[in-house]
Write a protein that binds this ligand. Structure first.
Ligand SMILES: NC(=O)c1ccc[n+]([C@@H]2O[C@H](COP(=O)([O-])OP(=O)(O)OC[C@H]3O[C@@H](n4cnc5c(N)ncnc54)[C@H](OP(=O)(O)O)[C@@H]3O)[C@@H](O)[C@H]2O)c1
Length: 397
């Protein structure tokens, strides 16, 4: 028998309407999904008050989008096999990475290498993951501090020396800092962890990944991004100076904005790396993409710990977040996508719409080249092999 959904009053304020809608959607997710979407589309298109002209309505549109996302989690990739595969995963000590590790082992991976900045925390996660999957002695925990280029280099040296092959690399470690914090190497931490070190790690892993590919099975490099990159405004990147030193200054720092910018720059880097992964004969030995899990309950916002921030986060998460398990589904399914996903951002079983992002449009190429040139210049200083890998040359690396 069809369930009658309570109809929220249309006369209340935007917030009460949203809360009523949230309640409706969360209480009857399956039935509400279609009607909710129809109703919200109708609401946005027919009522002047809800037109996406003001900042208020844009924010409401964002909230509706989150609600829809919360009510329609991505498919759980249970019908794939990682049997025989060697997988590398960063950021597996909590949240999405931890849940992804469980899935990867349940899907039969031969070996899982976890990069963790704290070996004890990494070992504790290993115990829990192995216990949950009944796959003892499958995980290795290797030290990786993403706020240090030297640590990234040592980690990839170890990958090259000790792993016979590497089929999948899922680069998930990331941060969302509230306060300005500089790494020992002089970079604002969000920028270093999310953009610079993740790009360095990706570049240094490419030769090994390419060598592990077979004629029928490409290797995969998936990098965890965030669809927040779509909302970055061109003004925030405007400077007569170089972009990275500009973003590195404390006066230009704003936690949430810096997070989105760090992921936008990462998108540019990954798109360019994907462009390099095609062989001259047109074959693709390596699939390179990014993945956005959507808003998920995890430890990511742990630095926003003022009482009012905690209250807001708690409510926001309760109403609108996916679980980490749901988000991790996208992380895992990103690593089995085909050549059509090259350079794209995988999100909820499809791809992020980038039509309004700085990654498309008239200045996208110019901006991408600027970001690429600046990031590569920084990374070459730290690891000379970057200069040949970034030109698409992999022999002897
Ligand atoms: N949750 C969301 O709503 C959401 C949405 C979009 C994208 N994402 C992305 O998803 C990824 C995972 O985030 P999460 O939500 O699962 O957050 P999380 O629970 O905070 O997990 C972050 C992971 O990254 C690791 N990490 C952080 N800084 C590191 C460093 N300097 N060196 C090495 N490892 C480091 C953490 O290790 P420690 O245990 O050592 O701290 C942890 O394992 C991030 O890239 C994030 O940007 C999350």
């Amino acid at each position: 028998m069809p369930v009658r959904l309570p109809t929220p009053s249309r006369s209340g304020s935007g917030l009460s309407y949203l809360i009523a809608q949230s309640y409706r959607c969360l209480s009857y997710p399956r039935q509400a999904r279609t009607s909710f979407l129809t109703l919200s589309t109708h609401t946005f298109s027919s009522s002047k008050a809800w037109k996406l002209k003001s900042r208020h309505s844009t924010a409401m549109a964002g909230l509706f989008q989150l609600l829809h996302m919360r009510c329609s989690p991505p498919n759980d990739p249970q019908d794939i096999s990682f049997s025989g595969k060697v997988v590398l995963l960063t950021g597996a000590t909590s949240g999405l990475g931890f849940e992804a590790a469980i899935k990867i082992l349940n899907l039969g991976a031969d070996r899982l290498i976890i990069g963790s900045r704290d070996i004890e925390r990494g070992k504790a996660a290993r115990m829990e993951i192995e216990r949950a999957t009944h796959r003892p002695n499958t995980i290795k925990v290797w030290e990786l501090e993403m706020s240090s280029f030297q640590s990234v280099k040592s980690f990839t040296d170890r990958v090259n020396a000790e792993l016979p092959r590497l089929d999948i690399a899922l680069l998930n470690a990331g941060i969302w800092n509230a306060a300005y914090n500089q790494s020992a190497e002089g970079w604002e931490e969000t920028l270093q962890v999310n953009t610079l070190s993740t790009s360095l790690l990706a570049l240094l892993l490419i030769p090994k990944l390419r060598r592990s590919a077979t004629a029928t099975e490409p290797a995969h490099l998936s990098v965890v991004s965030s669809q927040k990159f779509v909302r970055v405004k061109a003004e925030t990147l405007q400077t007569d100076d170089l972009l990275l030193p500009h973003l590195n200054q404390q006066v230009n720092f704003n936690g949430p904005k810096q997070y989105s910018i760090s992921k936008l720059l990462l998108e540019f880097m990954v798109k360019k790396i994907a462009g390099l992964s095609r062989n001259e004969d047109g074959s693709h030995p390596l699939i390179v993409n990014t993945v956005s899990p959507g808003f998920c309950a995890s430890g990511l916002g742990r630095q926003y710990n003022q009482w009012y921030e905690k209250c807001f986060m708690w409510l926001f998460t309760k109403l609108l977040a996916r679980t980490s398990e749901e988000g991790s589904r996208s992380l895992v399914s990103a690593t089995v996508q085909g050549v059509e996903s090259q350079g794209k951002c995988w999100y909820s079983d499809t791809y992020v719409n980038e039509s309004r992002a700085l990654t498309t449009g008239p200045h996208a190429e110019e901006l991408q080249e600027k970001v690429w040139a600046e990031v590569i210049a920084v990374l070459e200083e730290e690891a000379p092999e970057v200069s040949i890998i970034s030109r698409g040359v992999y022999q002897g690396v």
